[in-house]
Ligand binder design. Sequence first.
Ligand SMILES: [Fe+2]
Length: 323
Amino acid sequence: MRTVEKIVFIFNLNTILREITPINSSYENRTKVRRVCGRVSRPFHRRSLALAKALQLTSFTRRRVAAVVRFGMMPGDSNMTSIVQRIARQALLTYRNPPRVGEEAGKSFLENHGKLKSLMTEVRAADLKLVPRRADDSPPLPFHHGAPPVTYMHICETDHFSMGVFLLKSGASIPLHDHPGMHGMLKVMYGKVRISCFDRLERPAGSPQAAPPLPTAQTDALRCSVLRSTGEYTEESGPCVLSPDRDNLHQIDAVDGPTAFMDILAPPYDPDEGRDCHYYKVLTETEVKNTEQKEKQLWLVEISQPPDFWCGGEPYPGPEVCL
Ligand SMILES: [Fe+2]
């Protein structure tokens, strides 16, 4: 093998392995590749198989490495780079410079946002190596033994966005909450969710809406709002989108069994930057009966995190993301 070929081969495998091996083993594997490459002299594809075997990669990964070396596919090819990786890259492009609150979105943002929506429409549970859970995989409500009703798989996070998967057990809900100054995109991976989207309204001067009669402490926590939509989403649905001034508050309920959705938030929650998560409760009809509210306009009251909701963590089994 000529020296140039050897360098190209090593470089390619180096990049390939970074794409397809777990994050905690990629450096070690890349180091092994460099070592093994120096002393094996068989044809490219046979050499790659030997290397992959030496690295104790799975048979699936070995076949991918062999295919790359034999047929010249590069990780940049769409059929080589995982869709999760492409979504992360597109999210970075989209949210690196998002429109500010109240600012109209520019052409570049809209184009990138459209591409991100297309990728999110395409992604499926199998792409994340998620196995859909069944209703009998988890105990029915109320949740016992300290098991969280909702868990989160972290995929990646930068200053510009965070990406992960929320998994809801049968009958679980993520209570009504906000995303201050943030954009977001949510795509169901399996099961079905009901999403109710709200927005806070700035009460115009002279508004006929009177605050409902509540103790002063609670009146301070009241938020005039509007219910924008309520809809059900499955894996066949497109993503549900939120922005700083549209559909920024939502409640998410699992419908007819366990469910999971991929979630992108941009920028990520950060209380130090004024982006803390607040929870709300919709005041009932009885509580607002004295107001002259218009249809779909209602009062929310800020509450502390409901005691029956908490979120645990679990490992993300899907392809690594490199940014
Ligand atoms: Fe949310």
